[in-house]
Design a protein around this ligand. Structure first.
Ligand code: DER
Length: 232
């Protein structure tokens, strides 16, 4: 269908144009990245490329192993050549909302360790302002015992609603790869996202926010008619 094809086109464009022999690649999380890993593995096979992959989640690690790519970590590679990852929403300044898949913390660590951060997104993610298309709010990874403090401080400062992300196939909250919980903050107006990120990040108990400000170098959109649109 249109969305899956758009994901695939964006992912393949990233794998074809931003991966070179010898690269150390940060591998994102979610569904779009699966197409990128599939294409990277195809290229490794066809072109006899040597690449190393650093995961951003348990899911990403499983994906790397599934495609028999060489798995590494940030202890062995302090600087990555490129990180490729999806996003839940992208605004015109390339500010991202990430964390729909609950992996935002390791995704941000890996993206920050890369010389180049390439975002792959289908057309649904493209917005003028954050909140236009993504309605589930900004994911925030938190230490469970601080949840009420965090919810109160955000509500006091910015309003909106902060809800604990509940699991689908487990009673109670989602537990992240880092053993933490997630609150999703549904904001009700546009904000200075850099300021919001800094304010929330400083609340004791906040591990990371899903606001990726000034991080994306390249955004590749998969369009409805199956084209890819590379923006730098
Ligand atoms: O949770 C995340 O940050 C993922 O990267 C997400 O934003 C993209 O997931 P998708 O490719 O399944 O839409």
């Amino acid at each position: 269908n249109g969305v899956e094809n758009a994901k695939r086109v964006a992912a393949f464009t990233a794998a074809n144009n931003f991966v070179q022999n010898g690269y150390v690649i940060g591998v994102g999380s979610g569904s779009t990245i699966e197409y990128a890993v599939e294409r990277i593995a195809e290229r490794v096979e066809a072109e006899n490329l040597k690449v190393t992959c650093v995961p951003t989640s348990f899911q990403a690690r499983e994906l790397i192993l599934k495609y028999k790519l060489s798995l590494s970590d940030l202890d062995r590679h302090s600087k990555l050549d490129v990180a490729i990852d999806g996003a839940d929403e992208v605004d015109e300044q390339f500010t991202l909302i990430k964390g729909g898949g609950g992996c935002l913390t390791q995704e941000k660590i890996v993206a920050a360790a890369a010389k180049k951060f390439v975002v792959i997104a289908d057309f649904r993610k493209k917005s003028t302002n954050l909140g236009e298309n993504w309605k589930k709010g900004i994911p925030i990874e938190v230490v469970p015992m601080a949840i009420l403090q965090i919810q109160n401080k955000i509500k006091e400062k910015y309003g909106g609603i902060c809800t604990i992300r509940l699991a689908k196939s487990k009673a109670g909250p989602v537990i992240t790869d880092n053993g933490m919980m997630i609150v999703d903050w549904q904001f009700d107006k546009s904000h200075n996202w850099s300021e919001v990120h800094q304010f929330i990040k400083l609340i004791p108990g906040v591990v990371e926010t899903g606001i990726f400000f000034n991080m994306a170098d390249i955004v590749i959109y998969g369009t409805e008619n199956g084209q890819s649109d590379i923006k730098a």
